[in-house]
Design a binder for this molecule. Structure first.
Ligand SMILES: [Zn+2]
Length: 163
């Protein structure tokens, strides 16, 4: 590492480095070093990708590539039973969802068994699941899902279908 940043405005730096997100019910859910809106999007389901590990400096062909550094983040959520997603092209994907501890709305998923951030390369945040303003739904919120899941915090198996 050759870059030695000069943190002479420490207060400003730490404040702007933290981005706090809430579940649509207002429960604290995520703190991250980058705004969610700047993170890469997974084309398959439009979820935001939080990188847990630095990418390797060399590609699979051996060519040097730009290292993408892991994000610094912490998730406050509880994990739900694993589920198998079947894509329209027939491929299967096993996901380990995590959900809001209060209203049980699914917030995202990983590809590795619990606990969160236990070895997988990525953590995925579902589109519209989180907002940076407590009590305000983002424009891409699944309002229908929100309304059905909050009043009775029970699972009616209406998980997202891959079609
Ligand atoms: Zn919630």
């Amino acid at each position: 590492m050759s870059s030695t940043a000069h943190p002479h405005r420490k207060g400003d730096r730490t404040r702007s480095a933290l981005n706090i997100y809430y579940c649509l019910c207002g429960e604290f859910a995520l703190v991250c070093d980058r705004p969610l809106s700047t993170l890469p999007v997974r084309p398959l389901d439009q979820s935001r990708v939080l990188r847990c590990l630095d990418s390797p400096p060399y590609s699979t062909t051996g060519a040097p590539q730009k290292v993408r550094t892991a994000r610094v983040f912490k998730i406050s959520a509880q994990q739900a039973p694993a589920k198998l997603i079947r894509r329209s092209d027939g491929t299967l994907e096993k996901q380990y969802p995590f959900e809001c501890a209060r209203c049980h709305l699914q917030l995202g998923y990983e590809h590795t068994p619990p606990p969160l951030k236990s070895g997988g390369r990525f953590t995925f945040i579902l589109p519209g699941a989180l907002t940076d303003r407590q009590g305000v739904a983002p424009p891409d919120a699944f309002l229908e899902q929100l309304l059905t899941s909050i009043p009775h915090a029970e699972h009616d198996a209406q998980g997202p279908k891959a079609e």
